[in-house]
Design a protein around this ligand. Structure first.
Ligand code: ADP
Length: 396
């Protein structure tokens, strides 16, 4: 069976068509800068990458371009949509409603929508992706794979907040964590690639994309992660603030005459490296260029981002009482040697030494620590799509 996997983020949409028997990727690609301008990168198996600029005001146009590319007479890999047996959708927040993946029904969509408040940047985008696919591929079974599942092994001391206990009992206020499919896949693959026994391992996964999170994984099980009830907590992100003094909310509300929704909008969409760089960009390619050209706000954004990642790594070393391996993944983690170098510059005390040449590589499994480094460090591209395809096939 061919499974179309859709990973619909806030500003990008990754897709892969995977043959579930061979686990071969028949075609893959990426829609980027959705809502900004838009471009489609499409690559059929064994073929050249085709990149074209296309106007993508919303995710619906993006998915239509994906379908057009997959069924294109010349460069497509299937004759018609009939050759796609199922669609697997990454869904960010399952709340307490979903402890595992499910076949998508109207009830499931309603339940996902009920979690919108918990993931205001991502769940609506996921639902738009699901609806657009159902509209364009009626009758094809679809599965939702939730980002919150891998983190369910966290102990209470990691998931409880310092809030009245009743909020947890009555409203399920607790840390859930996100990017679970990625943290699960990367921690396992990192152990394999770096020659670490997963059953006797302490691994930190830094998933640094437009949304960014970090997790501590002991013997293959998540023990802590930086995102919380929502994906707003933790690292400084593309446009999200991450951790901050909660009292800032009241202070800014008064100063800027904002209500709570207005403040949340700022924290989700106007903060992070975008806000620190004075709205220059949320894209690290732009920020790196600007930093290299002496822009002090871009430099501040890069420094704040990297310092926060380094501090989280330090805290997870404490949480696990050690670390064997660190893996960098997702858009920034896989591609930005500059970010990795800036983060690792804080971690010499762990006995980490970086192979500067290797760290210039990108987009593939690369060991970036030297042979004598006390902690192994690698770039490990995430493969949420393959993980989602496996879950999808298991359910349909
Ligand atoms: P999400 O899925 O949350 O949208 P991604 O994992 O796709 O995020 O990461 C997207 C981000 O990766 C972009 O916003 C950009 O900052 C960063 N990125 C992609 N390519 C590069 C690159 N070559 N150098 C630096 N950063 C990059």
């Amino acid at each position: 069976m061919n499974v179309l996997v859709i990973n619909c983020g806030s500003s990008s949409l990754k897709f892969q068509l995977i043959n579930s028997e061979s686990e071969e990727v028949l075609a893959k690609g990426l829609c980027e800068r959705i809502g900004i301008d838009g471009s489609l990168t499409y690559q059929p198996e064994g073929g050249e990458k085709i990149k074209s600029d296309k106007a993508m005001p919303t995710h619906t146009e993006a998915i239509q371009f994906v379908i057009d590319a997959l069924t294109d007479e010349k460069t497509g890999v299937v004759k018609s949509l009939d050759e796609i047996g199922a669609v697997g959708h990454r869904v960010v927040h399952g709340g307490e409603k979903f402890a595992s993946s499910v076949v998508i029904t109207d009830e499931v969509k309603t339940a996902i929508e009920e979690c919108n408040d918990l993931a205001p940047l991502h769940n609506p985008a996921n639902l738009i992706g699901i609806n657009a696919c159902q509209e364009l591929m009626p009758g094809t079974p679809m599965v939702a794979v939730f980002d919150t599942a891998f983190h369910q092994t966290m102990p209470k001391k990691a998931y409880l907040y310092g809030l009245p206990y009743e909020y947890y009992e009555n409203y399920a206020v607790r840390r859930y964590g996100f990017h679970g499919t990625s943290h699960s896949f990367v921690s396992k693959h990192a152990a394999e690639f770096m020659g670490v026994d997963i059953n006797d391992s302490k691994i930190i996964v830094a998933h640094l994309g437009n949304g960014a999170s970090i997790s501590a994984v002991v013997n293959g099980k998540c023990v802590d992660t930086s995102m919380g009830l929502t994906p707003l907590e933790g690292l400084v992100m593309g446009t999200r603030s991450g951790d901050m003094d909660p009292a800032i909310m009241e202070y800014i509300a008064k100063k800027e005459n904002l209500d709570i929704a207005g403040v949340m909008n700022v924290l989700n969409k106007k903060s992070g490296v975008f806000g620190i760089s004075k709205n220059l960009s949320s894209d690290f390619r732009d920020l790196e260029d600007a930093m290299n050209n002496g822009n002090p706000y871009a430099e501040a954004a890069m420094e704040v981002f990297c310092y926060r990642v380094a501090k989280y790594i330090g805290s997870y070393v404490a949480a696990m009482n050690g670390v064997d391996a660190i893996a960098f993944t997702a858009g920034i983690g896989e591609n930005s040697g500059t970010v990795r170098k800036m983060v690792l510059s804080y971690l010499g005390y762990l006995g980490i030494t970086v192979d500067e040449e290797a760290n210039k590589g990108r987009g593939e499994d690369i060991m970036i620590s030297t042979a004598d480094s006390k902690v192994k460090v690698a770039v490990v591209p995430t493969n949420e799509e393959l993980a989602i395809a496996r879950e999808t096939v298991a359910l349909v």
